[in-house]
Design a protein around this ligand. Structure first.
Ligand code: ZN
Length: 240
């Protein structure tokens, strides 16, 4: 696909949105015109293959989303930038109750993290510096599973990175306060692109397991149990 094709597709897609999707869901957009009340902060990688709204079957207004290379949340005070501001705004301003950190299969950031001296990274000093916020995950995997290599190492690192970023989240004052008062819950997810599957971190077994099993084993369902049905059914069909 040429550069021009990429842009034409986006413009054509917008035309479809404005002529078909928007009029069909005018009521939803009217509701959202001057307010938002999301209950979930969804933090994931910038990877183009992840579509948070698609995999959670949610519509505009339901997910507050933060995306970056490697679904990283720098520890509080480490890098006071965009991610810290999103977390603060979500927890204190919007009062979200659930925070999901979602890693994924075949993550380029997790691959790069294994080889920080690779020539590719030398040309990307910003990415290289950013990935330092995930370095402890590599340290944990190397220490606990020294033989790990290939796909097994990549998966272990992806899981460990999600856990590390959840740990970083806990250092943010708004999150720490929310956790202490039971107003905020944290969730670690791994999305497997080729399988369309989400595994969630299970506190009880300290392992990532298929989310259906984790939810079934826990008392409370993950996420928002009072989904207004007219909203969940509003997701436009990709084929349309
Ligand atoms: Zn990624």
């Amino acid at each position: 696909m040429s550069e021009q094709d990429g842009m034409s597709k986006v413009i054509e897609g917008y035309r479809h949105f404005s002529e078909e999707i928007f009029p069909e869901h005018r009521e939803l957009f009217d509701e959202l015109r001057d307010q938002q009340n999301p209950q979930v902060l969804f933090i994931t990688c910038a990877d183009s293959r992840i579509d948070p709204s698609l995999i959670t079957h949610t519509v505009p207004g339901e997910l507050f989303i933060c995306r970056n290379i490697g679904n990283i949340i720098p520890a509080y005070g480490e890098m006071m930038g965009g991610v810290s501001a999103v977390v603060e705004y979500a927890v204190i301003g919007l009062k979200v109750t659930e925070i999901i950190v979602c890693g994924h299969s075949d993550c380029g950031a997790m691959k790069a993290l294994q080889n920080p001296e690779t020539p590719v990274l030398a040309a990307m000093p910003t990415v290289k510096k950013w990935l330092r916020n995930a370095e402890a995950a590599l340290g944990v995997v190397r220490a606990t599973d020294p033989e790990a290599s290939g796909d097994h190492l990549l998966r272990a690192l992806t899981e460990e990175n999600v856990l590390l970023q959840l740990q970083h989240l806990r250092t943010h004052p708004g999150v720490a306060a929310g956790l202490a008062t039971g107003k905020v819950r944290l969730h670690g997810w791994i999305y497997s692109i080729g399988e369309g599957r989400v595994d969630a971190f299970d506190e009880a077994t300290r392992q990532f397991r298929p989310i259906e099993e984790v939810v079934a084993d826990s008392d409370k369902p993950l996420g928002n149990s009072q989904h207004p049905t007219e909203l969940t059914s509003a997701l436009p069909s990709k084929a349309g």
